[in-house]
Design a protein around this ligand. Structure first.
Ligand code: HEC
Ligand code: HEC
Ligand code: HEC
Ligand code: HEC
Ligand code: HEC
Length: 320
């Protein structure tokens, strides 16, 4: 189905919806009850049915026949959560795209369980605020949503901006050629299912265990996930040990700097008990031998391959 055709269908669905909701709201208002859009199963099936049955010819006539500019400019009944969920809360919101179908359903129960349960959809989808769905939003709506976070989380945004994951313009002021590979907030965190961390040990444990999804995905640091295998850290982490460090325990969470940067917690000068390795809960007691151990963290396989003693011990102890 062509985008224009889908758009028109959505538009008509939207108009029908607004009419239904205004009617419902008026009825309720007249009855003296609280004014609030009422969404019933029949409203939803009306919307779904119109999305699937109206032909482009009918839409064209309707638009030409008087609705005029109103068509593209109509305002959502509410840009609060409920306004969006009238359509997106319907599990049947599935749209044909080429030979496949794509679901645009947002699981309301899961959403209400997430850290953003009280945040309106347009808090992140800032480009969907006032206009009808959805021709108004630009092509880059994903990028908009993935970095909208800065409006509400300025500290994390500042921290991220200072690190190697933020785009840096080139010396001649061209955009960072590596920008497309660098993660925006939403690339690490996702969109709708972020767990609550504050005062929630279960949520903290869940995120602690997400090193591979957060950092070690294909296209990101799959190689460093694979080589994170030393006995005390990576191997323990991969067996699920809750007290084994995850990537950001050592590298930092938002201000991630290359170890060659002298401000990086993983810079050779900053290892040791007084600095990174001495992170509370880690190695406060030991001395400078910690720094000497660091190359094992990601280099265990390479080091073992070159060292007959380590190879022998591995064999005897059955270590990998
Ligand atoms: C009238 C029904 C309806 C309402 C109300 C609605 N949407 Fe949608 N939305 C859709 C449909 C249908 C699609 C799939 C469109 C397509 O195929 O391009 C969609 C797609 C989207 C997409 C994905 C866009 C893309 O190009 O893939 C986002 C994001 C979105 N909607 C957000 C919202 C937000 C935020 C709100 C509330 C402000 C909202 N929608 C209200 C029907 C609706
Ligand atoms: C905390 C920010 C945030 C909030 C709040 C939020 N979204 Fe999203 N949403 C995102 C991000 C980021 C993506 C893109 C995810 C991706 O591409 O990995 C997205 C994607 C979508 C999509 C497209 C899904 C797809 O598979 O193409 C729809 C539809 C959508 N959101 C609707 C909503 C609705 C409806 C609400 C409110 C109930 C909402 N969003 C609230 C961040 C958010
Ligand atoms: C490279 C991946 C990554 C990127 C990019 C990223 N984050 Fe995070 N963020 C994390 C991880 C991992 C945690 C969990 C830290 C923990 O549990 O100690 C986190 C935690 C958070 C928290 C909770 C803070 C707290 O103290 O508990 C917020 C809020 C947050 N991030 C917002 C953002 C924002 C806003 C951006 C973009 C400016 C962003 N993040 C970019 C990985 C990332
Ligand atoms: C409109 C404001 C708003 C936007 C936009 C927003 N957030 Fe949030 N976020 C919140 C609120 C409010 C909370 C709950 C905070 C609390 O309980 O202290 C929260 C909680 C979180 C948490 C859990 C923190 C904790 O300690 O429990 C993370 C992680 C997070 N947001 C990341 C993001 C990311 C990533 C984005 C962008 C994709 C984003 N937020 C967009 C308002 C927002
Ligand atoms: C116990 C601390 C520690 C943990 C946990 C850790 N690293 Fe490292 N990482 C280091 C040190 C030290 C270096 C620098 C020395 C080296 O390259 O071996 C480094 C180097 C790197 C580098 C090369 C870039 C640079 O800064 O030099 C990447 C990429 C990396 N780590 C990713 C990861 C990922 C992904 C994880 C989680 C799967 C992870 N690290 C877990 C300590 C750690």
């Amino acid at each position: 189905m062509s985008p224009a055709r889908i758009e028109r269908r959505v538009l008509v669905a939207g108009i029908l919806l607004v009419v239904t909701i205004i009617a419902a709201a008026l009825t309720t208002a007249v009855a003296g009850a609280q004014v609030k859009p009422v969404v019933t199963a029949s409203t939803i099936s009306t919307v779904t049915a119109s999305v699937t049955t109206i032909t482009p010819a009918v839409v064209a006539t309707q638009v030409a026949g008087g609705t005029g500019g109103y068509a593209m400019d109509f305002t959502l009944p509410t840009f609060g959560k409920s306004g969006c969920l009238v359509c997106h809360g319907d599990p049947n919101l599935v749209v044909a795209q080429g030979d496949a179908t794509h679901s645009f359903w947002v699981d309301e129960a899961a959403y209400n369980h997430s850290a953003h349960a009280t945040v309106v959809c347009t808090g992140c989808h800032t480009d969907y605020g006032y206009k009808a769905p959805h021709g108004q939003a630009g092509e880059d709506w994903r990028a908009v949503a993935k970095q909208s976070c800065k409006n509400c989380h300025p500290n994390e945004f500042r921290d991220w901006s200072l690190g190697a994951h933020a785009p840096v313009p080139t010396a001649d002021r061209k955009p960072d050629p590596k920008a497309a590979n660098k993660p925006l907030c939403g690339d690490c965190h996702g969109g709708h299912n972020m767990v609550v961390l504050k005062n929630n040990p279960a949520g903290q444990a869940e995120v602690h265990a997400q090193a591979q999804q957060m950092c070690g995905r294909e296209g990101c640091h799959a190689d460093y996930w694979a080589n994170y295998n030393d006995y005390y850290h990576g191997a323990a982490y991969k067996t699920g040990a809750a007290d084994a460090p995850t990537c950001w325990t050592c590298h930092g969470t938002h201000t991630v700097l290359k170890s060659s940067d002298r401000f990086s917690p993983t810079n050779a000068a900053n290892l040791g008990a007084a600095n990174s390795c001495g992170t509370p809960g880690c190695h406060a007691e030991s001395g400078s031998s910690l720094a000497a151990y660091a190359p094992m963290i990601h280099g265990r396989a390479t080091i073992a391959a070159k060292n007959p003693v380590v190879r022998f011990l591995d064999l005897v102890l059955g270590r990998k």
